[in-house]
Design a protein. Structure first.
Ligand SMILES: C[S@@+](CC[C@H](N)C(=O)[O-])C[C@H]1O[C@@H](n2cnc3c(N)ncnc32)[C@H](O)[C@@H]1O
Length: 325
């Protein structure tokens, strides 16, 4: 059984603070969106069809467009209630049909049985997970086959310039994560070899499959008319460097991890819940457990209760909340 010690729990990036709307981060970032979409198309085609896919830290579902047709069921997990509500307003019909589920949960303490999902994704989230070893162990626990990870690396091609300015050039090649203080929000970047070693330790083979965002912010520093002229050239270069820059060029390295020995999900011995009006939950409920006691839950149409710790996990609208009180 796990214990959730509030004092020792790593700080969770709070995307609900100060009424923050994460969608605004994407204003004027057409290049980054495009670079990720280009990588996604290729990589998800390689992984093939999934039965159950999980998007760890999926936010408001920005990436759902890339995977929703490739999986029978998709689960977006995030800590931010606001982002999940935004996802609910975008994907209402798919949620009501049981194609997409929205779960509020902590990536360090997930409410799922082992290998509940055949495919997992984590995009633009690892940089918030300072206790990366326990986060990778816990997320990997619930994925049975394929896992696509976007790894923010500290030793990308432009890092030595920043390293010289901050007197950190000598620290780029060691395996120590690079932590940056930014108020209460944790930011961290990693050595790619260190993340791959962790994956190996937890039973995964891994391959670096794309270097992404190889010219990050170029379109934010140049005048708009220059951007318009250079766009075809930079997009062409991004396509090429996604392949040749694997492991060293860009700040986001996409890694495809596959289980050395794929694990079949174990059935959880739970009582099937009554379906809430217009929202199938029974299929997902077979995969859900108490994130603290790790035992099946007692379900009603708008709450799931742990008989061991008596915690109640409630549904608000289209979002189920599995963050323990
Ligand atoms: C930069 S956003 C990325 C969202 C989405 N993956 C995307 O690419 O648009 C990071 C997300 O990670 C979530 N997050 C960070 N730490 C978390 C944790 N410990 N548990 C669950 N979600 C977390 C945040 O709430 C936020 O929505």
């Amino acid at each position: 059984m796990q214990q959730l010690e509030k004092d020792t729990h790593p700080i969770i990036a709070d995307y609900d603070a100060d009424n923050y709307d994460y969608r605004s981060h994407w204003d004027n970032r057409a290049y980054e969106q495009w670079a990720e979409s280009y990588a996604f198309k290729r990589l998800l085609t390689g992984i093939g069809k999934a039965q159950w896919l999980i998007d760890f830290g999926g936010g408001f579902g920005r990436n759902t467009i890339h995977y929703k047709r490739r999986a029978e069921h998709c689960v977006i997990v995030d800590y931010s209630i606001r982002n999940l509500q935004l996802a609910a307003s975008t994907y209402g019909p798919e949620i009501e049909s049981g194609h997409i589920f929205l779960i509020r949960a902590d990536l360090y303490h997930l409410p799922f049985i082992d290998s509940a999902f055949d495919v997992g994704l984590i995009i633009r989230v690892l940089h918030h997970l300072t206790e990366v070893e326990s986060a990778i162990k816990e997320m990997g626990r619930v994925v049975g086959h394929d896992w696509l990870l976007d790894v923010p690396i500290k030793h990308h091609v432009f890092a030595p310039i920043r390293g010289l300015m901050h007197g950190e050039a000598g620290k780029l090649s060691n395996w120590e994560p690079r932590k940056v203080e930014n108020g209460d929000t944790p930011f961290v970047s990693f050595h790619l070899a260190m993340i791959r070693k962790l994956l190996t330790d937890y039973g995964w083979d891994s391959k670096v499959i794309a270097s992404v965002n190889n010219f990050r912010r170029w379109d934010q520093v140049l005048p708009a008319w220059v951007v318009t002229i250079l766009r075809p050239l930079v997009y062409g270069l991004e396509k090429g460097t996604q392949r040749v820059g694997k492991g060293w060029w860009g700040p986001d390295q996409f890694v495809h991890a596959t289980r050395k020995t794929p694990i079949l999900p174990q059935a959880s011995a739970m009582v099937l819940p009554p379906e809430p009006e217009g929202m199938p939950i029974a299929a997902l409920a077979t995969k859900v457990i108490c994130p603290i006691c790790q035992i099946p839950l007692q379900w009603s149409s708008d709450a799931a209760r742990c008989q061991n710790c008596s915690r109640e996990y409630v549904r608000t609208g289209l979002v189920w909340d599995f963050v323990p009180n």
